[in-house]
Write a protein of this length. Structure first.
Length: 445
């Protein structure tokens, strides 16, 4: 592992075309940085921290290609502290301890150490724990970058000592600006006459789905594989660009009408128990460049909204498929989506959970906020007990039937029914069980 005071990435000189485009035109300062205006616009908190060199430990959380590492490199150029970088992918506990010992020595000499750790979520608990005492006493200022929710992937003690900055997917307008910069910047293709129209650039920006690295990689490949004309310029054709993106359609708009038409077709095909149509519309969306995670999220929703208690295995199946899509991505995850789509199409259907949700929300919006009945309130203190909190509570496990006639809804809603089970699949048994419970509570048992 290399330990460095500054990033060992040389400045790219005009005309230098070595290395990937995304690395060659990486922004060198905040004025060149694209996107994340909520963090780096003039007057924004993170910009002030960087410009004042008054850094504290922080986590950059966001999807790939949104500028986490670039921000760290900009910080490297501003800070007067020693800047050390390593990746959680290639570094182990020994390397972490070596850096911590070096940082502690710097602290004794009155020097600060800023440590940038890429993919910090890949560190296990022991490795993350190694950071904690040095963060606490100020030996290091930790900057971690992660694509995963830090609430789940970073130790609570360490996370509590870090400020979390959320980086969002880049807007299409941000990506277009970046693509134009790549065409004009001498570090990019500024020295080459490239013939591309705005529609093609917009197609790349849409396809990249907020990921700057993806957008720049597609641009670079399309130019390097473009047609060389007699005057020495490069012309990028629609066919060329389509081949690069490995998608048949460049016109699929993930934010436009066709996007909603397609997801509607998928949803309604599954609801109508038509697996062939459902698979077709799912593949049409993927072929048009749709984010597989968007489809996977819709399938998770469908599992409860349209299948529900009729087949409760639909929900864990779709969550497993969502996880598989996250781990594998395209093109491998297409078969997992097909698995879920066919399962949901063939599953028995019930919208009882969805209707219960709508009905309860309507009562909450239209009626006064009802207090929790005293009998089901918690009484952790003597004062609460004297106020009759928990008085009359009936513990279901104390009864042979494992249910009681205790009322749990507010008085104004005590006879209200939200969940009305249907007769499909496993919900038929649920409906019978609910009838037994209601008969018992009404005294008709």
């Amino acid at each position: 592992m290399d330990q460095i005071s500054m990033f060992d990435v040389p400045e790219t000189t005009p005309g230098d075309v070595s290395g990937p485009l995304a690395s060659r035109i990486r922004p060198r300062n905040l004025d060149e940085y694209v996107g994340q205006r909520h963090l780096v616009a003039p007057g924004a908190m993170l910009r002030q921290l960087i410009e004042r060199d008054s850094l504290s430990s922080m986590i950059f959380w966001g999807p790939p290609g949104v500028g986490k590492t670039t921000l760290a490199r900009i910080i490297a150029g501003h800070t007067h502290a020693e800047f050390v970088e390593f990746s959680a992918v290639t570094s182990g506990i020994r390397e972490v301890r070596e850096v911590m010992n070096r940082a502690e020595e710097n602290r004794r000499l009155g020097r600060r150490t800023v440590l940038f750790t890429d993919e910090i979520h890949r560190f296990n608990k022991a490795q993350q724990d190694a950071f904690l005492p040095f963060v606490e006493k100020g030996s290091i200022i930790l900057i971690g970058a992660t694509t995963e929710n830090p609430s789940f992937e970073i130790n609570a003690a360490l996370l509590s000592r870090c400020r979390v900055f959320i980086l969002k997917p880049l807007e299409e307008s941000d990506l277009l600006r970046l693509l134009h910069m790549a065409l004009e910047d001498p570090r990019g293709f500024g020295g080459t006459h490239v013939s591309m129209d705005e529609t093609q650039l917009s197609s790349i920006a849409r396809f990249a789905n907020g990921d700057a690295r993806t957008a720049l990689n597609i641009l670079e490949m399309s130019i390097l594989n473009g047609e060389l004309t007699n005057d020495g310029s490069v012309r990028v054709t629609d066919e060329n660009l389509s081949d690069i993106m490995n998608r048949r359609s460049l016109l699929y708009d993930r934010n436009g009408e066709e996007h909603y038409n397609m997801i509607s077709a998928l949803h309604k095909s599954m609801r109508n128990s038509d697996p062939d149509a459902a698979v077709y519309w799912c593949m049409r969306m993927l072929d048009g460049g749709e984010d597989p995670l968007y489809i996977a999220r819709r399938l998770v929703r469908f599992a409860s909204e349209d299948v529900g208690m009729a087949d409760s295995q639909a929900l864990p199946l779709t969550i497993s498929v969502f996880d598989a899509c996250q781990r594998l991505g395209m093109p491998e995850c297409d078969v997992h989506l097909t698995h879920a789509v066919v399962y949901l199409a063939m599953a028995p259907k019930s919208n009882a959970l969805y209707m219960a949700t709508l009905s309860a929300r309507e009562d909450i919006r239209s009626m006064p906020a009802e207090p929790v009945p005293l009998q089901i309130r918690n009484a952790p203190t003597d004062l609460m007990a004297r106020m009759d909190y928990g008085k009359g509570y009936q513990y279901a496990h104390d009864y042979s039937e494992k249910i009681t006639r205790m009322v749990c809804l507010p008085d104004s809603l005590k006879d209200r029914r939200y969940y009305l089970p249907g007769e499909q699949g496993a919900e038929k048994a649920v409906a019978a069980r609910l009838q037994e419970i209601m008969a018992f509570r009404s005294g008709k048992d």
